[in-house]
Every structure is written in structure tokens, then in C-alpha cells.
Ligand binder design. Structure first.
Ligand code: 8X3
Length: 258
């Protein structure tokens, strides 16, 4: 259980892993700052958390905007409790096109939201995390940040960059009271990841998980975040790679055909 006077900021908190993480961290005792673009979803989430006895604040934020992220930092600074945890979760994939034909705009969007979004929010909150004396930055990357696959070039490039950011930051913060944790999930079934990747094509999105008995859930990843964040502060989980039992490697997925 976190100290009662500790703030955790979760980006991309309006759905999927972000929303599950916000719920879980609130249950662990954090005052959660739920950040994402969709204010209506954030408000509903915060209401739900507070109805369960938790503490949460909604801060509409677009991680691709400097001004928006500055607003997030100002909102966090206005809270009475110190911020000790940042979960950089906002991100996503667009398309499954080969390098030869993948739209540059898709690559650009993926770099901006996954990499530069993490950079912006981390830069904005790092001074406060350092001041807390016991900060943690968690970067939600992906197994695509460790290995590439056909059609995944733009996403893998962005996730590799996000991983590089986390690894570099850990080196640079050595000696400071901020640990840097990278979590790399494999196949996670969430409401929106596939839909965003395939431009709203629900059938194609569902096909990713076809025949897979139990893909990971958003709650599984929230559990990993909570575990990393609640270790004693001298314990730095550098990298946590997590896949469903049915996925032994990126290309090795056990599927049952009906
Ligand atoms: C999602 C994992 O395999 O779809 O981050 O790239 S994968």
C-alpha cells in the first residue's frame, strides 16, 4: 500500500491499460491523476474511483502538445501531496503496413505519441519526482520494443525508441532518487488497441486474438505496474517482459481453431 500522501500520474488513462492502472493504483492508496485527451471518460473514471473510496483527479491532456503537458504539470503541482509515480502509458499503433508502403504520417504519429509523449511528460514531472525523494518513472513500452515483426516497422521503431529513452534515463538518473522501470507487454487484448491500429476495423482487430485462449488483459498489466511501483524504493525492476501463456515469442502463438 502506497503512502496516503502520494500522487501517481497515469497518461492514456481514459481506456485499456491506463484506466485499469488508474483503478489499481487508487486501490493501492495513491492519489491518481488520470490524464488523457477524452475528458468525459476521465470524469467517469474518477467518479468510479472515488465511489470506491479512492482518490483521483482528472486532467485532460494531450501528450503530443507542449502546452497541454505544461498544464498537466501545473495541475500536479497544485496538489497538496508530492508526486512519486509517473506511468507513461499513452501510446498506440497505427497500421500493419510493410516498410515499403507504410504511410509516413502513421510512423510520425506513432513516434510522437509513444516516444515524444513519454519524453514531454517525463521532462515536465521529473523535477517534482526528484524533489519527492522517492520517485518512480514507469515506461509502458512493448515486446515490439525488443523485437521486430513484419508489418510492425513503425510501431517497433517507436517502441525501440521508447525503450532506448527508458534505458538512457536510468543511466542518467543514477545517483538520483528516481528509479526507471520499463514494462514490455506482449499480446494484450484491450478495447481500443486493435481498433486504433486498424482504423476502426473491428473484425481485423478481433482477428489478432483469434483462437488465443487467454490473451493478457489490461488488469494483468496494471498488476505488473502496481507490483513494480510498490517494491521497496531501492529495488529497481529495470525491465519486466510479460506475455500470455499462449505466446512463447512474438511469432510463436498457440491458437485453437474451432
Ligand atoms: C503490442 C504488442 O505484438 O501487438 O504492444 O506489437 S504487439
Amino acid at each position: 500500500m502506497a503512502s496516503v500522501a502520494s500522487v501517481a500520474v497515469v497518461t492514456g488513462a481514459s481506456s485499456g491499460i491506463g484506466a485499469a492502472t488508474a483503478r489499481r493504483l487508487a486501490a493501492e492508496g495513491f492519489h491518481v491523476v488520470a490524464a488523457a485527451r477524452r475528458a468525459d471518460r476521465l470524469e467517469a473514471l474518477v467518479k468510479e474511483i472515488m465511489m470506491s473510496g479512492g482518490r483521483a483527479t482528472a486532467v485532460p491532456c494531450d501528450v503530443t502538445s507542449d502546452a497541454s503537458v505544461a498544464g498537466l504539470a501545473a495541475a500536479v503541482a497544485g496538489l497538496a501531496a508530492p508526486v512519486t509515480l509517473l506511468v507513461n502509458n499513452a501510446g498506440g499503433a497505427r497500421g500493419l503496413d510493410p516498410v515499403a508502403t507504410g504511410p509516413v504520417a502513421d510512423w510520425q504519429w506513432m513516434y510522437d505519441v509513444n516516444v515524444l509523449g513519454t519524453l514531454r511528460v517525463t521532462q515536465a514531472l521529473l523535477p517534482a519526482l526528484e524533489r519527492s525523494g522517492a520517485g518512480t518513472v514507469i515506461v509502458l513500452s512493448s515486446t515490439a520494443g525488443l523485437i521486430v515483426y513484419e508489418g510492425g516497422g513503425g510501431y517497433a521503431a517507436a517502441k525501440h525508441a521508447q525503450t532506448a529513452l527508458a534505458e538512457t534515463l536510468r543511466l542518467e538518473l543514477c545517483g538520483q532518487p528516481v528509479r526507471v522501470v520499463e514494462i514490455d507487454p506482449g499480446m494484450v487484448r484491450t478495447e481500443e488497441f486493435g481498433l486504433v491500429r486498424f482504423g476502426g476495423d473491428a473484425e481485423r482487430a478481433a482477428g489478432v486474438y483469434a483462437g488465443v485462449a487467454e490473451p493478457l488483459t489490461a488488469e494483468d498489466i496494471a498488476d505488473c505496474v502496481a507490483w513494480c511501483a510498490t517494491r521497496p524504493h531501492h529495488v529497481n525492476v529495470d525491465r519486466l517482459v510479460v506475455r500470455p501463456l499462449a505466446q512463447a515469442a512474438q511469432h510463436k502463438v498457440h491458437r485453437v481453431t474451432p
